[in-house]
Design a protein around this ligand. Structure first.
Ligand SMILES: NC(=O)c1ccc[n+]([C@@H]2O[C@H](COP(=O)([O-])OP(=O)(O)OC[C@H]3O[C@@H](n4cnc5c(N)ncnc54)[C@H](O)[C@@H]3O)[C@@H](O)[C@H]2O)c1
Length: 444
């Protein structure tokens, strides 16, 4: 990974980059990228070979959406940490797309180096759907191999990972590669219509957004005979913060992305957050918190708020409430339902296809050169870092500025990966927290 402070993208340069992209899109121009089927794909070859890295629930879903998106797509190689996960996924896909799952035994890879073997096996597009800790390393290898990328959210769990992806983005752009992020609401047609109106001034200047992701806890897998610490943590990855980034990054990042979308992808100046862990008790529930509450402070004086919770038996909600200078907007992600009130009232009446399918339909059109190159990198990394800032502030009990999060040297997780011993880092206590690096050293 590229972690040097001198390589860090400061908030100022990031804002400038985001502004250019938004400006170009607002003007109805292409982003200046050449439209062509890059990534080694021949314009005459009807086949697009896909490699799946991380064959769990989302990876299997994304692969089937890729196969539905374009009749020339075949699944060519698969990689996962564990053979049973790969086999389950392959079996599921074969029942739906029998003749398009071309993954013989020598293109089924398992272990921590499976990603590289998939990338090296003559694929055109990779789907990156492991736990997010591994995403920066997998993205780096995919870009080095000249592959188009679909990568799930969040894209990293720490500042080091964010910087690594932003650095590799330069090469992805230079090669004309498509890079799509799994912030799927950006591909939801009702939400798109709504946010387009917001950007066109339907509620005036957006002075406040409140987003929620209040839900029940995710399931856990009790430890099995023979599982090492590493395997046990990987199989319960959502509950170990080095793997997931905590639930504010892993799950609630969707609702934080909605704040970012409303604010035109301009990063906040700082985050001030509270959080804690009240109702997680079993060993499998790891070291993540179960609630966070964050305030994002922007340079324009506006403040946005986000609350997320994973607790049983509580009120659940996944909504964005936008307040503008001459109206309000309500977007319910579980509806889905969106409505603008005020000077220009509006509600959506158009089609609402499956947003995950829309993602892949658009990606493969772009891979074939039938639409502009897709480059979600700036927006997805802003939303990812916003989630990380929220966690850093809640864990530490103090405000965290954008540049501090971006330049942070705190890299979560082990330096090398092996199925062996791996102590669980203690739950962070606000006001007492040391950096991940310091805690790791202390626990050795
Ligand atoms: N956009 C969405 O709506 C949405 C929905 C669900 C999940 N996700 C995201 O998708 C990603 C995967 O989530 P999931 O629900 O599919 O989890 P999952 O546990 O079902 O699948 C993850 C898979 O990755 C494998 N894996 C773990 N470490 C690996 C490594 N180093 N190399 C290769 N394989 C490895 C696991 O064995 C597992 O099969 C996460 O980032 C999650 O946040 C997004």
């Amino acid at each position: 990974m590229t972690n040097q402070p001198s390589d860090a993208v400061t908030r100022r340069t990031f804002v400038q980059g985001a502004g250019l992209t938004v400006g170009a899109i607002a003007a109805g121009c292409s982003t200046g990228q050449k439209v062509h089927p890059a990534g080694g794909l021949s314009a005459d070859d009807p086949t697009i070979r896909v490699g799946l890295i991380g064959c769990g629930g989302r990876g299997t879903g994304a692969a089937s959406q890729a196969l539905r998106a374009d009749p020339g797509v075949i699944l060519h190689a698969m990689g996962d940490a564990f053979p049973d996960r790969l086999d389950t996924s392959r079996g599921h896909l074969e029942t739906q797309f029998a003749d398009r799952i071309a993954v013989p035994e020598d293109r089924r890879f398992t272990g921590f180096d499976a990603f590289q073997k998939v990338i090296d096996s003559d694929v055109d597009v990779v789907i990156l759907t492991t736990p997010p800790h591994f995403r920066p390393e997998h993205f780096k290898a995919a870009v080095a191999g000249g592959k188009h990328v679909f990568m799930e959210k969040p894209m990293a769990v720490d500042g080091a990972g964010v910087r690594s992806i932003l650095e590799d983005a330069k090469s992805a752009r230079a090669q004309g590669l498509n890079v799509m992020g799994g912030f799927c609401w950006r591909y939801n047609l009702p939400n798109r219509a709504c946010y387009e109106r917001i950007h066109n001034g339907a509620i005036g200047d957006v002075t406040c957004v409140h987003s929620t992701y209040l839900t029940a806890p995710l399931g856990t897998k009790p430890r099995q005979e023979g599982w090492t610490d590493m395997e046990w943590q990987l199989r319960n990855w959502q509950h170990f913060n080095w793997l997931s980034g905590d639930h504010i990054a892993e799950q609630a990042c969707h609702a934080i992305d909605k704040i970012n979308w409303a604010k035109n992808d301009v990063p906040p100046a700082k985050a001030i957050a509270l959080g804690g862990r009240q109702m997680r008790e079993t060993p499998e529930s790891g070291n993540v918190y179960d609630h966070f509450s964050v305030m994002y402070v922007y340079d324009d004086g506006s403040r946005c708020f986000h609350d997320c919770r994973q607790m049983p038996g509580c009120w659940n909600d996944n909504t964005e409430y936008l307040i503008g200078t001459h109206g309000t907007c309500y977007v319910n992600s579980w509806g889905p339902n969106q409505e603008i009130k005020g000077r220009f009232p509006w509600s959506y009446e158009g089609p609402n296809p499956n947003m995950y399918q829309v993602e892949h339909d658009e990606l493969f059109q772009a891979v074939r050169g039938k639409r502009d190159r897709i480059d979600d990198i700036d927006q997805m990394m802003t939303s990812t870092l916003m989630s990380i800032m929220g966690r850093m502030s809640a864990y530490s009990g103090r405000p965290v500025e954008w540049d501090e999060a971006m330049e942070s040297e705190d890299r979560m997780g082990p330096r090398t990966y092996a199925l062996g011993d791996l102590p669980v880092m203690p739950v962070s206590v606000p006001g007492h927290v040391a950096s991940w690096n310091a805690r790791e050293t202390a626990s050795v």
